[in-house]
Design a protein around this ligand. Sequence first.
Ligand code: RP5
Length: 161
Amino acid sequence: MTVPVGIIMGSQSDWATMKEAAAVLDELGVAYETRIVSAHRTPDRLWDYGRSAVDRGLRVIIAGAGGAAHLPGMMASKTRVPVIGVPVQTRALNGVDSLYSIVQMPKGYPVATMAIGAAGAANAGLMAAAILALDDADLALRLDDWRAALSASIPQEPVDD
Ligand code: RP5
């Protein structure tokens, strides 16, 4: 089955973060697949995934990893499918290591890098949806509605907790 979005991550332990991207895509009715693809532990899987991405019909890849987070950049080097990177929060360095590993790509192989952690993963889902909405009018309407609902949920005044 062809799906437009691939959500990949370096480890099972990243899923707690990356499921935020999946949740947003579920809300917006965007189909996706999920895979564990580690740059270090399963490099051949990474290569195969990147090599086949275009032919399989993937249009956006969301790649999350933590620590020495080479997965998003390596995937961007292997396919022209746009890669959105999610730096997973780490215990040792709080995710700054992940962010620095992902964000500072050399010219020629961009990764659209999100914020560290769950917010970054959710935003990756929204970014993927926004890209797909460029030529999907129904999705564009759903995304507009999602954004309007979020805006409407913000109170005018703060209250005591
Ligand atoms: C990275 O190492 C993964 O992306 C994960 O964030 C981190 C730790 O992986 P585990 O040791 O929990 O499998 O490759």
